[in-house]
Design a protein. Sequence first.
Length: 403
Amino acid sequence: MTFKEFFKRFLAVLFVLLLWAGIWAARSTLILGFAAAMIAVGISIPSGWLQGRGLRRGWSIALSTLGIFAGLLLLILFVIPQLVIGLADLFGNVPSAIRAVLDVYQSVRSSGDFLQNALPALPEASENTTIAPERAREILNQLVDASLAIAPTLLGGVSTVVAVVVNIVFVLFISIFFLVEPKIYVKASLFLLPKRYHERAVHVWNELYHTVRMWITSLSLSIAITAGLVWFILGVVLGMPNAIVVAVFAGLATFVPNVGAFLPLIPILIFSLASDNPVQVFYMAPAYLAIQLFESNVITPSIVKAELEIPPGALMLFQLLITIAFGALGLLLAVPMLAVLVALVREVYSYDLLGLRNEQIALGTDREGKLVLVDKEQIVSIGEDTTTVELNETGSLALPEDA
């Protein structure tokens, strides 16, 4: 290797390292830009529909933007007050709710000898128990000290809220800029490539837009189905109070992969314990978890993950990594980020660099369970999906019975 060749490689490696360091340093701004791009694509869906009906582009963008954010604002103004009222009722009914729960526990424990021996007995509270004045003053002083200790944390929380609001406004403005003239950004990217790659680059841009649009459309459908199931089963069938609020909360929580499945348990506990029958929490929570189990294993995989061809294990690992790098916003955007990354790798690396566009790759297993590659002549397709095949002892193909 000549010194000139070594120097070129050294500069290339140095450039990649510096580029990666710059991306890492600006990751907070980049994730906000990605969120703005997702919002812009989401607004472009109804905007495109309005343009197809003959409305001008500017008016369609304005109406779509106002309509989407007005709907979200109404949802927030509808859900949050109901949660606050339910929380206030819960605090007012805490003693009765605790007594009801303890009565249920005591009745379950006394229903059989096995449960009576397995479950611990509750301590009997004395009705004449009082707190000495010295102890009361000590508790008051401890509360005052604790309040003074958490005051800086509360002030820091206020500054965090202000920063979040500023970031939201920033993202909204950037998304509007993306919507007004998206071709400018595509055109700018073409000036970074040789002319022979321009047509291919435009095709990649279209694939990325199609991927993000598919995710938004599929997720919207999944949110609607989840909210409808929660409202119908918990509200209509089981009669839970404020079921429509819980349904909206559960639908929006679907946006958060994996973790969002457990967030609706909070309003379910609040409304159930604050109601006249707090014992209903014992069947409301399991009913919701059953709905969420159905949604996580049937609805979302069949609508979102299957459409985007994202392996569930890879998605969970990517969520962990992206949350460490970008925080909570990274968790929210983990699915579209991984979908865009998969599309880029597929189009640029697998198809263009490796030349695997028209290649069909299928894996089979022999009788010992070892993985083997299957020839093109042995591939059996159902629609667009290639079946999993199995090789017999002679090496010929043994197809599953349902193939």
